[in-house]
Design a protein around this ligand. Structure first.
Ligand code: NQM
Length: 356
């Protein structure tokens, strides 16, 4: 018997691509939901040939949206990473790129009424910890406008800008309580301003810091060394055993080449990002702006700050509070674009485990 179809919108959110669902149209039970999403995306399979997934972590993502019971938010957003080649769906991280599509999706599905002009959509991020963001969605004439002239590095085509304002809680962004930790035999900085990231100086790894993602992914001894650091960092950051999850990320940092705060190459955590994640970039920026870390930048100026990456730079406005390891984020602002690619019914493969 054919498995029932599910209403789904495929969107590019920032530099990622994912399937967006209303929570009410997915199973309530998380285990049942995740098993269904594996079948929707075509996992586990390195090519995801039998589903919507694009055979890379950045194109194997899911956004689940629902009306928010919280008076300070219009909608709730749960992010799920569907691992392409493993039978694994994880809610241990959020995704600021898929977040860029949440406002448009909420309006398209009638969860938020659009104004003529720009519609603010107040979003509560559910994972890994609760936080709030307002997305300013262009809605001329009361309908979402996707087309525009904003170019984002990592996306070759322009689209309409969606400014995102994050409300920080000011909580300390250095979860080990130190600005530098010796982990996996290296001096690193563990920072979490919405995405847990370990900053590792390129020079300590014998790298320049501007190697291509393909070059870095092909370097097996480097990957083994990084995984040792990551597993140690998981414990040091209070994340426990991270061998089967997607956090923390690892950002190899070196001096900026083009006037930014730093050059980055980011393992997410096994593939190398062609750019950098949104909250990943915010975390790196906090690490660079705090004196005493392995990535500290003297005289960074007022911002917005640019985090350089393989396909350009990510610009982030940031207000910090506190000092030393107690430094936290008061607010951050950035601009993304998003685009509806397809809206319709997805048909998951049948629920049995037979694989050839
Ligand atoms: O850090 C990739 C992405 C991300 C996450 C990853 C992200 C973020 O580029 O907020 O956006 O690090 O897994 O979509």
């Amino acid at each position: 018997m054919t498995t029932a179809g599910i209403r789904c919108m495929l969107m590019r959110g920032g530099t990622s691509k994912g399937a967006y669902f209303l929570a009410s149209e997915l199973p309530d039970d998380p285990a049942e939901r995740d098993e269904l999403l594996l079948r929707v995306m075509g996992s586990p399979d390195v090519r995801q040939i039998d589903g919507l997934g694009g055979a890379h972590p950045l194109t194997s993502k899911v956004g689940v949206v629902s009306p928010s019971p919280e008076p300070e938010a219009d909608v709730d957003y749960l992010f799920l990473q569907v691992v392409p080649d493993q039978p694994l769906v994880t809610d241990r991280q959020t995704c600021g790129n898929i977040l860029a599509g949440v406002g448009p999706f909420a309006i398209e599905r009638g969860l938020v009424a659009a104004h003529d002009g720009v519609t603010p959509v107040r979003i509560r991020l559910l994972n890994p910890t609760i936080s709030f963001v307002t997305a300013h969605v262009p809605t001329p004439g009361g309908a979402v406008e996707y087309d525009g002239d904003t170019l984002m590095s990592g996306v070759p085509f322009p689209a309409a800008a969606i400014p995102l304002d994050f409300l920080g809680d000011g909580a300390p962004a250095f979860p080990t309580g130190h600005l530098v930790d010796r982990l996996g035999g290296e001096d690193v900085t563990c920072v979490d301003a919405g995405m847990p990231v370990v900053l590792i100086p390129a020079a300590a790894l014998g790298l320049r810091g501007d190697e291509s993602p393909a070059e870095l992914e092909a370097d097996e001894p480097l990957r083994a060394r990084l995984e040792r650091i990551r597993l140690d960092a998981g414990h040091a950051m209070g994340l426990g055993d991270v061998s089967d999850t997607t956090v923390p990320k690892l950002s190899i940092v070196s001096p900026a080449r083009d006037g930014g705060l730093a050059t980055t190459r980011t393992f997410i955590p096994h593939r190398v990002h062609e750019a950098i994640g949104v909250l990943g970039a915010v975390s790196v920026a906090v690490g660079c702006l705090t004196p005493g870390t392995v990535g500290s930048v003297a005289d960074a100026g007022e911002g917005p700050y640019r985090i350089e990456h393989p396909t350009g730079a990510f610009e982030v406005g940031l207000e910090l509070q506190g000092s030393g390891a107690a430094t936290g984020v008061r607010s951050s602002t950035l601009v993304r674009t998003a685009r509806r690619i397809m809206d319709g019914t997805v048909w998951p493969r049948a629920a049995h485990d037979e694989r050839i």
